[in-house]
Design a protein around this ligand. Structure first.
Ligand SMILES: [Zn+2]
Length: 133
C-alpha cells in the first residue's frame, strides 16, 4: 500500500513538471516579446535612468534562459525535471543581483516623497526634484 502511494505521488509530480515545461515553452515566448517591446518603448518615449532600462534587459535575459531551456527540454524529449536546473539557477542569480534586477523603489531617491506607479518603473526621483536639476 505504501509503495502504491509513493508511485502515485511521484508520477503526479512528473506530470506537473511536464505541464510546467509545456506552459513555459508555450507562453514565455510572448512574455519575452513583450519585455523587448517594453524596452524599446521605454527607450523611445520615456528615456529612463540607466538602472531602470538595464533592469528590463536583465529580466529579459532571465526570461530568455527559462524559455529556451523549456524549449530544449520539450523538443529533445528530456526528463521534465531538468527544468528545476534553470529555475534554481535563475532564482539564485536574481536573488544575488536583486538590486540590479529589481531596482524599483516606491519613494524618491532625494526627498523620500511617494512616487506614482509609472514613476516607480521609469524614474528614480520625483517630478519636483527633477525640475530642480
Ligand atoms: Zn524628490
Amino acid at each position: 500500500m505504501q509503495i502504491f502511494y509513493t508511485e502515485w505521488s511521484i508520477s503526479s509530480i512528473v506530470s506537473i513538471m511536464e505541464n510546467v515545461v509545456f506552459y513555459l515553452k508555450e507562453y514565455l515566448y510572448y512574455v519575452l516579446i513583450g519585455w523587448v517591446v517594453i524596452y524599446f518603448l521605454m527607450r523611445r518615449f520615456v528615456d529612463p535612468p540607466a538602472s531602470r532600462y538595464k533592469a528590463v534587459i536583465y529580466q529579459t535575459l532571465i526570461i530568455f534562459v527559462l524559455f529556451s531551456s523549456a524549449l530544449i527540454i520539450y523538443d529533445r524529449g528530456l526528463a521534465s525535471q531538468w527544468i528545476w536546473l534553470p529555475l534554481i539557477i535563475s532564482s539564485v542569480v536574481m536573488y544575488y543581483f536583486r538590486n540590479h534586477f529589481f531596482p524599483y523603489s516606491g519613494v524618491c531617491k532625494n526627498c523620500g516623497e511617494k512616487l506614482t506607479t509609472k514613476e516607480i518603473f521609469t524614474q528614480e526621483i520625483c517630478q519636483k526634484c527633477k525640475s530642480k536639476d
